[in-house]
Design a protein around this ligand. Structure first.
Ligand code: SAM
Length: 217
């Protein structure tokens, strides 16, 4: 599955739990609210090419295609098993969504291939180095002026979320998020106008939405 020497963390950490991914996320992460908001935030226009980085079962890619039938929507994930679920869901919904197997830190697309890169609950799966490489790849595949829209764990925004984050912060890959490092890492990758737009309280801690843009020519 992994083409790098780094650990590959499947959707629910263990491959045998992948079939349960959709119900778990639906009931613990306020999925409908935050994914709907992420789609709105991305302000996708007719003809836009949109990459869902780490698409999992393609819930977000499907929402995007349903809201923007004239956009070209592509989901990428490194796990062939979850892509099988994604293909079934997209097929059942009758939607034409490209679904590619590949790694977030070595994207199989030429530069300037997309107007939007969206990513939900993926960056916290990556080691610090892989986060940096993946964010640089997002810059590379975006057109100048293109935008990145991310939903992922963030710095706790209240005392309750601080308590909820106590378990997650022990996972090395998530701790960068919980320490609030994502905006800086996104900036260092080459993005401009990096902004945390909103927070959600979830069972596992604060989920933050971020947006950033690639400097135009
Ligand atoms: C928690 S799931 C999120 C799935 C989906 N984006 C969502 O919001 O429901 C994380 C996904 O990232 C994928 N993933 C983890 N590491 C990856 C990598 N290095 N490259 C591509 N996909 C990766 C996993 O296979 C999994 O599908």
């Amino acid at each position: 599955m992994s083409r790098t020497r780094e650990p590959y963390i499947p959707a629910l950490r263990f491959g045998w739990l992948t079939a349960l991914y959709d119900p778990v996320v639906r009931w613990t992460m306020r999925e409908a609210a935050f994914k709907g908001r992420l789609v709105e935030q991305a302000r996708i226009q007719p003809g836009h090419r949109v990459l869902d980085l780490g698409c999992g079962t393609a819930t977000l890619a499907i929402l995007i295609k349903q809201a923007h039938p004239d956009a070209l929507v592509v989901g990428l994930d490194g796990d062939p098993k979850i892509l099988g679920l994604a293909r079934s869901k997209a097929g059942a919904a009758g939607l034409d969504i490209g679904l590619d197997c590949g790694m977030a830190d070595a994207l199989p697309y030429p530069g300037s291939s997309f107007d939007r890169v969206v990513s939900s609950l993926v960056i916290h799966h990556l080691t610090r180095d892989a986060k940096r490489r993946a964010l640089r790849e997002a810059v590379r595949v975006l057109t100048p002026g293109g935008e990145l829209h991310v939903a992922d764990f963030g710095k706790p925004h209240n005392a309750l979320m601080y308590c909820s984050s106590l378990i997650m912060r022990h996972f090395e890959e998530v701790s960068d998020n919980i320490e609030g490092l994502l905006p800086q890492m996104i900036r260092e990758a080459g993005f401009d106008s990096v902004e945390v737009t909103t927070h959600y309280s979830t069972v596992f801690g604060t989920l933050s939405l971020l947006k950033a843009s690639k400097v135009g020519e």
